[in-house]
Design a binder for this molecule. Structure first.
Ligand code: MLC
Ligand code: AMP
Length: 494
């Protein structure tokens, strides 16, 4: 048996690893279950040899069992968004050449047809788990471990592949920088198909031997009740969550707000990331809770890259400095490094934390690196030693509530609507979402379009959070001399 495969789960301690509703699971229970699941996955094979195993499971003991089970059996784990539309799943499964899919109950039912069509074996956790653990393979840390889908400037999401070594580096730098210990208790309500939830919260927690409380969604009353009770000492979220908490405070009695805020005050750390934290929000949070939000910057391809200090000044509007083991450098448009303060450039990253490749896409992989640096597409400036994110080099990427969305992917779907002749999707500044998706639409001759009808039409064709929050009908989209839609102009208009 190998319990030493990467990434670790702190076996051999009596601590509670996971809390799911009223049920708790110790590290030893979770660990033993993972070994039995890995054994079942292997069947009569000695090693899965990087077989792609997808799973469609909300935050739960089963999610952890499958993720770590696939890792221990030598497969590549492909965690899927349980809120995905079927059309999106088709792309993920086909792109990753998934051979087996793990899902339980109603989630399994919703996938039956698609898996049959794609010739994917559909199993539940109970179908797979062996009665006892058998021999598991030794896994080299340079082997592929996980594939996460990320939107980019093309119209289909790409599979970001990380190795065990990548994952280990992404975890250990945060354990170190943010002083994780086995005394930590953290709620996890973010989706488990992105690194914020997977690496920063779940994997760091399990590596540290801490306790992770699992929630299927951001259930404000349940989570704030635990915060009032003093259950948690660390809290990590996207800025939209902090905004939603503030909005919630406006709807409940002042006494309760005070108790919840006291729960936050007592914590050792509150972190914000995945999207820019507005200075106003940073200040409001500090006024209410005394917590100085620690803002950090990351990306699916690199894990976390930059962070404000745990000990030391956390600056509003800044994302701090490179994390231990991470090299970050700004470059100008002619690929020369920028070494002077105050001059903006693209953030490029090096280190063991950087992903291996985009799955089955050598061209995109090659294009995303220059001289060994991963090019993030984010533009920043360094001021008094702190990085400040200024924006992105592409207008086709939108960050809504921490989700990275491709304008082109959404446009691709909208263009299949019978009334739409042309469309440009843009992100418009928004107090709750950071950026809200807006579709500017030119209609076919004689056609009309109602927003609610379009929203219903989108249902099932794209994840709900990608559906435009607003549409604007125009006679014609503004285009430059080359015929390309001038999105910056559109943004100004809106
Ligand atoms: C939900 N909705 C959104 C949305 N989330 N709309 C736009 N953008 C979003 N992000 C919409 C739903 O479609 C629905 O619309 C309505 O809001 C209510 O849905 P909900 O599911 O009840 O909302 P809620 O639970 O409040 O979700 C908000 C949220 C969620 C902030 C909890 O968006 C979320 O978990 N975001 C985090 C994503 C994340 O983990 N990103 C990290 C990526 S990794 P309607 O019309 O049907 O009512 C990364 C690297 C790094 O970025 O640095 O970390
Ligand atoms: P994703 O590809 O979903 O992992 O999202 C990564 C992107 O989120 C980065 O490239 C940034 O554009 C953005 N991002 C993450 N953290 C921050 C932050 N603290 N401030 C601004 N943007 C951020």
């Amino acid at each position: 048996m190998t319990t030493e495969s990467f990434p670790h789960l702190r076996a051999g301690n009596d601590n509670i690893a996971l809390v799911e509703g009223d049920t708790t699971y110790t590290y030893d229970t979770v660990n033993e279950r993972i070994d039995r699941f890995a054994t079942g996955l292997l069947g009569d094979k000695a090693d899965l040899q990087e077989e792609r195993i997808a799973f469609f499971i909300p935050a739960s003991l089963d999610y952890v069992t499958v993720m770590h089970g696939v890792w221990r059996a030598g497969g590549i784990a492909v965690p899927l968004n349980v809120a995905s539309a079927v059309a999106e799943l088709d792309h993920y499964l086909t792109c990753a050449s998934v051979t087996r899919m793990v899902a339980n109950g109603e989630y399994q039912e919703s996938l039956r047809e698609l898996c049959a069509e794609l010739n994917i074996e559909l199993v539940s956790v109970d179908d797979v788990i062996a009665e006892s653990a058998g021999q598991l393979p030794e896994i080299d840390v340079d082997r592929r471990a996980m594939m996460l889908f990320t939107s980019g400037t093309t119209n289909k999401p790409k599979g970001v592949v990380s190795t065990h070594k990548t994952i280990r580096a992404q975890i250990t730098t945060l354990i170190d920088a943010w002083s994780w210990t086995s005394d930590d208790v953290i709620p996890l309500f973010l989706p488990l198909h992105h690194i914020h939830g997977i690496i920063n919260i779940l994997s760091c927690g399990l590596w540290a031997g801490a306790t992770v409380h699992l929630f299927a969604k951001f259930d404000i009353p349940k989570i704030t009740a635990q915060i009032q009770a003093g259950t948690y000492n660390v809290f990590m979220a996207v800025p939209t969550i902090y905004v939603k908490l503030l909005q919630y405070f406006d709807t409940i009695p002042e006494e309760e707000v005070k108790k919840i805020c006291a729960g936050f005050t007592a914590m050792r750390l509150n972190i914000s990331g995945s999207a820019a934290c507005p200075v106003k929000l940073f200040n409001q949070w500090q006024e209410l809770t005394d917590q100085v939000l620690l803002e950090r910057y990351g990306m699916t391809e690199i894990g976390m890259g930059l962070s404000n200090p745990y000990d030391g000044e956390r600056r509003a509007g800044y994302v701090g400095q490179p994390l231990p083991g991470v090299e970050a450098q700004l470059f100008d448009e002619s690929d020369s490094p920028i070494n002077e303060e105050g001059k903006p450039g693209e953030i490029r990253i090096k280190g063991d934390n950087v992903f291996l490749e985009y799955w089955d896409n050598e061209k995109a992989t090659t294009e995303s690196f220059k001289d060994g640096w991963f090019c993030t597409g984010d533009v920043a400036v360094i001021e008094e030693g702190y990085f400040r994110i200024m924006g992105r080099s592409s207008v086709d990427i939108i960050k809504s509530g921490g989700y990275k969305l491709s304008a082109l992917e959404i446009e691709g779907v909208l263009l299949t609507h019978e009334a739409i002749a042309e469309v440009a999707v843009i992100g418009v500044e928004d107090d709750t979402w950071g950026e809200a998706v807006v579709a500017v639409i030119g209609l076919k001759d004689g056609a009309s379009l109602d927003y609610n009808d379009l929203k219903n039409w989108c249902d099932g064709k794209m994840s709900a959070y990608k559906i435009p929050k607003q549409i604007k009908i125009v006679d014609a989209l503004p285009r430059n001399a080359m015929g390309k839609v001038t999105k910056p102009k559109l943004k100004e208009l809106l």
